[in-house]
Ligand binder design. Structure first.
Ligand SMILES: [Zn+2]
Length: 642
């Protein structure tokens, strides 16, 4: 069994996470309780053994091996092959021929935002294909009977009308039918609008400072002033730390449910802390959170041994040219006074620090807002941000998709156009300049999205040892009028040989569920269905890749992107034991069935963390909440723990 990470989980618990928890509470009671919880969880952490047999286990190793059995001990795969049994007192699960893949790695998500949602949050609304499905998900949340009287059932972010068949919001009357005795609040996308049921309407009509305007039909409008954000504010200021911990656990349960076992978080559209308050404000959108403190509840759970999916934390910095920072007598942009937050980050934060479950990443998805040379002050600040990262020997990312120029600027959107990769070229040229000045090849810089990158651009990035994580989330787009592909240009990306990952970029503008992206990359179909296109419309003609290639991007490619290819992304002896047992054979089912695949069993760190019960095993023993099970040897969470 190999151990490559420099810091053991136990050491991390003693140092980093506890320091973080103390900072949360300002010391005192919480610190003491975290210490005692940590001691307790340490005694329980003797991890159990697990053997899976009779499966079609796609290892994603170099030979493309498909095996029938794996054995897991101490959180790692110890045997991969046929008939693995060499583990004492192991729990044995008969897979009954099911298909297994490595735990999926989401290389571009805003997952920690999901872990901060106020209310009893229903992330599952993004899995609904129509309004009835949304209502069923809300009703199912209520049916768990754990939402106290007066507490909100909420669903925010990823569920936007364009992911549902009807392409509309549920109505107030429909929401009342789904949940009549608890207030319901839906907030669509990253910036609203919102919609409530009758009890939700009554609540928001009662609040002051600021007041919230609710339309007769339960709509709470976005726009300016954004009433949906004012409503969100009233829920956020009522959230307790325990509420946030519950929300973080719900987010982990959801990601395990859809098969993503590692989340590489890209922060949010961070506030410019030189000019803006970080506490909740009535004008903050869903994608605004205090980007220093939004990890606190998650880290507290981790310190208690209750974090059960993996998290890697990138830091996004959103300070562009800030006129307020120009010092008296200095000429704009006064570059030495700009980017104060990024400068402090690079001085005071450790990159890739933590343990196997929670660790930092580096800078992403950007170090400063992108600005072209036509915006001289903005460009100077963006360029300086690249230089600061290179000089500090940090990993860095930029986020550019490319697209199309209209040939005639007066033509309607989507009409005949030529490829526009100007912004990607600016990134490539700058990375080359950073290599020349500082050397960045060992740092694995990244480009997010890259949908329309040219062969030359990809070749140049590959030479610089950069990686790409591309957009799998375009499947709600309409076809282009000129018939050109919406993108990404998947075959070109694959053929370039560049380290390549696929992402959904959830949880504000799009869904978190990776099977939507895998379906899109392999079919090019959107979700606009009709009698003439019952499976959706072809919006990415000629740009499909194989299922094996797409799965590689969500496992090994993403592991490289996380700097974790020696530990994650394969079912191979010595690797961390993350895997997903699927309800259908991803490699063989029809396209339509493949889009609807869900895990029936998810294992992270050798523990069952999601179990629909199909294999009859039920969940592992719990290792949390109760105080008298110190000899517990299991530690999973399964059915009923969400
Ligand atoms: Zn993003």
């Amino acid at each position: 069994m190999k151990r490559k990470s420099g810091v053991s989980r136990r050491d991390f618990l003693k140092t980093g996470a506890l320091a973080g928890a103390a900072a949360v509470s300002g010391g005192g009671a919480l610190t003491a309780s975290v210490v005692s919880a940590s001691e307790k969880s340490k005694r329980r952490r003797k991890r159990g053994s697990l053997v899976l047999v009779n499966g079609r286990i796609h290892t994603m190793d170099d030979r493309g091996s498909v095996v029938s059995a794996v054995a897991i001990r101490g959180g790692r795969f110890v045997e991969v092959g046929h008939g693995a049994r060499d583990v004492d007192n192991a729990r044995v699960i008969d897979l009954r021929g099911r298909t297994v893949v490595p735990g999926l790695i989401e290389s571009h998500t805003h997952f920690v935002s999901l872990a901060n949602r106020p209310g009893y949050h229903v992330a599952q609304w993004e899995l609904a294909s129509n309004v009835a499905g949304v209502l069923a998900a809300l009703a199912a949340r209520r049916a768990r009977r754990d939402v106290p009287a007066g507490a909100f059932i909420t669903a925010m972010g990823a569920g936007t009308p364009n992911i549902w068949l009807e392409r509309r919001q549920p109505t107030l009357a429909e929401l009342d039918t789904a949940v009549s005795d608890r207030p319901v609040f839906l907030y669509f996308g990253g910036g609203g609008p919102a919609r409530v049921n009758s009890l939700g309407k009554a609540f928001f009509e009662s609040v002051t400072n600021p007041t919230v305007t609710v339309q007769a039909d339960g709509a709470i409008l976005g726009g300016n002033p954004n009433q949906a954000n004012a409503a969100l504010y009233h829920l956020r200021i009522r959230q307790t730390f325990e509420d946030k911990k519950r929300s973080a656990r719900d987010a982990m349960a959801f990601t395990a449910q859809v098969g993503v076992t590692t989340n590489f978080d890209q922060t949010l559209v961070a506030l410019n802390s030189a000019t803006q308050p970080l506490d909740p404000q009535p004008n903050h959108a869903l994608f605004n959170l205090d980007h220093y403190r939004m990890y606190d509840a998650y880290l507290a759970l981790h310190a208690e041994g209750k974090a059960f999916t993996r998290l890697q934390i990138n830091f996004l910095h959103n300070q562009g040219y800030t006129p307020e920072l120009v010092r008296p007598g200095q000429a704009p942009p006064d570059i030495d006074a700009q980017l104060p937050e990024l400068r402090e980050r690079l001085k005071n934060q450790f990159q890739f620090f933590g343990d196997d479950m929670v660790r930092t990443g580096a800078i992403g998805e950007w170090a400063a807002p992108f600005a072209a040379p036509t915006n001289p002050n903005g460009y100077a600040v963006w360029l300086e941000a690249q230089r600061l990262c290179a000089k500090a020997r940090w990993r860095n990312e930029n986020s550019q998709a490319g697209g199309y120029f209209p040939i005639d600027p007066n033509s309607p959107p989507g009409t005949l156009a030529v490829p526009n990769t100007v912004n990607i070229q600016q990134v490539v040229d700058t990375y080359k300049a950073m290599e020349a000045e500082f050397g960045i090849k060992e740092l694995r810089w990244g480009l997010q999205h890259a949908d329309h990158a040219t062969v030359e651009q990809l070749t140049a990035l590959k030479v610089l040892n950069c990686g790409v994580s591309t957009s799998g989330f375009r499947w709600t787009s309409a076809p282009r009028v000129d018939g050109q592909p919406v993108g990404p240009l998947f075959p070109r990306l694959v053929q370039s040989g560049i380290p390549l990952a696929l992402h959904q970029d959830g949880v504000h503008i799009t869904a978190h569920n990776p099977w939507f992206a895998l379906h899109y990359a392999t079919t090019g179909l959107n979700n606009i269905v009709s009698a003439t296109s019952p499976q959706g419309q072809q919006i990415n003609p000629g740009q499909q890749i194989s299922r094996q290639q797409a799965m590689h991007m969500y496992t090994r490619g993403a592991a490289w992107f996380c700097n974790r290819e020696d530990d994650l992304g394969q079912i191979t002896e010595g690797y961390l034991a993350d895997l997903v047992v699927l309800d259908k054979d991803y490699f063989r089912v029809s396209d339509a069935e493949m889009r609807a695949i869900r895990p029936i069993l998810t294992v992270v760190d050798g523990k069952v963390v999601h179990d629909t019960g199909v294999l009859g095993g039920g969940r592992d023993d719990d290792d949390d909440d109760d105080d008298d099970d110190d000899d517990d040897d299991g530690g999973g969470r399964g059915k009923g723990r969400r």
